[in-house]
Unconditional design. Structure first.
Length: 353
């Protein structure tokens, strides 16, 4: 069985599992049989209108700007949309800068015109990501480093019991909320870009990772899991800085930058995305399931752990691929981005010819 088939299967499972959590099919069937479906829809729409009416939005926005520590409100989800729009604008502006650089730095004779075009497009994306994740990681570190629940391995106090202290009404710094909004907006644009551009061989693995991340960000914000969620975000954001740097320069002549970025990436990936993510994020969530079950339900707890484990699995998969990249570099002296799997595209082009 090809890995793409596994990724495709996991995408389907995640979508079905998520739909079942949002709107259980057996509940819909029961409401349809009882004739209560229409009243339920009307009640849901009334709740949405009450949350997003001008008076409610004005009140909640005043709380957001006035108080330093706040609880998530439904209307704050509007900030995710604003963040996504700003991210699209920033990507467009950065593209104007990176496109000429990509055309100049990516060799013309090494690949076919189609492959080179894909390489330049990936260069543009990673160029933006390099700046974006550098800034967002700095913001995340400033927002979290003085929090009591910041892991001690990362320089914090390490009181992981504070993840859920006072839950579900715990208040969190508005700076952590802003950090959430920026990450959530970026993820929306990433999923949109994945769906709109040409489907590359790594589409399903990337889509699976982004889909799980989007679901977890919005679910965790709605359920006020900001403390543990923000630590998970920071672990992934820091690694993206070095991943982006490595992939910006991998197809250029700047091999020293590529190799040094890769070495930092490999060590930080293992430490943050595997060790910290598993031991300081997933395990504390699992230990507190007995407290979460009465509040969000048993199935939602299983769903939450499942999504976290899928992301951990993807992190481990990419860690192994990076190990293969390092072995390839030692054996051949050549740097190559095997994550994009361009060799499969080249083989396809040869067969077409």
């Amino acid at each position: 069985m090809k890995l793409d088939t596994v990724f495709m299967f996991l995408v389907v499972v995640v979508i079905v599992f998520t739909v079942e959590q949002i709107c259980p099919l057996h509940e819909l069937h029961r409401k349809l049989q009882n004739g209560t479906l229409v009243p339920w829809v009307k009640s849901t729409l009334r709740k949405l209108c009450s949350h997003f009416c001008f008076k409610s939005i004005k009140r909640d926005m005043e709380i957001f700007y006035r108080e330093k520590y706040i609880v998530p409100k439904p209307c704050y989800f509007l900030f995710f949309i604003v963040s996504g729009c700003l991210t699209l604008g920033a990507k467009w502006l950065m593209h104007r800068v990176s496109q000429p650089l990509g055309e100049r730095w990516i060799p013309r004779k090494k690949w076919s015109e189609r492959i080179r075009k894909i390489k330049v497009a990936r260069f543009n994306l990673m160029f933006f990501n390099l700046f974006y994740f550098t800034l967002i990681s700095a913001l995340g570190f400033v927002a979290l480093s003085r929090q009591t629940f910041f892991p001690h391995e990362m320089g914090g106090q390490g009181k992981l019991s504070d993840y859920f202290a006072g839950y579900p009404k715990q208040k969190t710094s508005h700076l952590i909320h802003v950090y959430y909004f920026l990450n959530g907006g970026y993820l929306l644009t990433s999923v949109y870009s994945l769906l709109m551009v040409e489907k590359l061989p790594d589409f399903y693995e990337n889509f699976l990772q982004h889909l799980c991340a989007v679901i977890l960000v919005y679910f965790s914000y709605g359920q006020n899991f900001l403390r543990v969620g923000s630590i998970i975000m920071l672990c992934h954001d820091i690694c993206e800085v070095f991943s982006s740097a490595c992939r910006v320069f991998v197809d250029t002549r700047h091999k020293a930058v590529t190799v040094s970025s890769f070495c930092i990436l490999f060590s930080s990936w293992g430490f943050l995305r595997l060790y910290i993510f598993a031991k300081r994020c997933i395990l504390p969530v699992h230990r507190n399931l007995h407290m979460l079950k009465p509040l969000i339900g048993y199935e939602a707890c299983v769903w939450l752990i499942f999504l976290l484990l899928v992301i951990l699995l993807m992190n481990a998969y990419w860690f192994v691929l990076m190990g293969k990249m390092f072995i390839h570099f030692v054996a051949s002296g050549q740097t190559e981005d095997i994550l994009t799997r361009v060799d499969e595209l080249q083989e396809g082009d040869k067969k077409t010819k």
